[in-house]
Design a protein around this ligand. Structure first.
Ligand code: ZN
Length: 271
């Protein structure tokens, strides 16, 4: 599943090139998770002013409203001067004066939704429950610790829930907790301020590193120029069950938490 770094890498790969482009036509494929919410031909002639990201949503600011795009479980975007005839898994084409933005999404949990603004529905409904952006200055250690104090669930699940800090998905939660030396099963409210600070720093570091390296090489992910990322090749714990911990040599353990796999080192992450 594309996580925050992949979405950010995707954004950077086409944001500058599509800025200022005029929409020439819109092609819809099979239904995605939510309907577009506006007749596709009514978007013709509008311009793309900028491309922002909020959590795992990309927001194409138009001169009339905003297009929210979500990659779902298996989506990827490409932006090229020209693209071949759409295949069976290409469900959205935004043909512009500067190239074609195409959503390829075999499982169709992705979405493209038009909203009159980011602060009115349907955008508001989708964005208003998101936690703090982990890469922004607003992600503050004291506020993070205060938020953890209010939550009794295991720390890994609090990170995944996304209402405290957004976009720390399954891979990056396991990696950040390893980096901070925190057991994924410990209750969030039990973390001391120094340990919460270490986790705060680790979340930032692991996400920044992933963005810099172009996002993970996940099954279905490729950035909008078609380059794959390389982060997962360097994961310390994720996907390494039974292999020796890079720090202490103990075998990495795999457990299930809330239907998701968690990887950790029982030696390096004792509590
Ligand atoms: Zn270890």
């Amino acid at each position: 599943m594309p996580e925050l770094p992949e979405v950010e890498v995707t954004r950077r790969s086409f944001a500058d090139r599509i800025t200022g482009a005029r929409i020439l036509s819109v092609r819809l494929g099979r239904p995605l998770r939510w309907p577009l919410g506006r007749a596709p031909e009514s978007l013709h002639g509008l311009s793309v002013l900028k491309v922002r990201r909020r959590g795992k949503y990309l927001l194409l600011q138009l001169d009339e409203g905003v297009l929210l795009m979500h990659l779902g479980m298996s989506g990827s975007l490409v932006f090229r001067p020209e693209l071949p005839v759409p295949g069976p898994h290409d469900h959205f084409d935004l043909v512009t004066s500067q190239g074609v933005l195409r959503l390829h999404d075999p499982r169709r949990f992705g979405a493209v939704v038009w909203s009159a603004g980011a602060d009115v529905d349907p955008a508001h409904k989708l964005l208003s429950t998101l936690g703090t952006e982990p890469l922004d200055d607003g992600f503050d250690p004291a506020a993070f610790h205060a938020g953890l104090k209010l939550r009794r669930a295991p720390i890994k699940q609090v990170l995944l829930a996304g209402d405290l800090v957004v976009g720390v998905g399954n891979i990056y939660a396991s990696e950040a907790l390893f980096m901070a030396g925190i057991r994924p099963t410990v209750r969030a409210c039990r973390l001391s301020r120094p340990r919460a600070d270490r986790l705060h720093a680790a979340i930032r570091e692991v996400l920044c590193r992933a963005v810099e390296r172009g996002g993970s090489t996940l099954r279905d992910f490729s950035s909008a120029t078609g380059e794959s990322g390389h982060f997962q090749l360097e994961a310390a714990v994720y996907g390494r069950a039974g292999q020796p911990c890079l720090r202490c040599g103990a075998p990495i353990r795999q457990i299930r938490q809330g239907q998701r796999s968690t990887f950790f080192c029982a030696q390096c992450q004792r509590g």
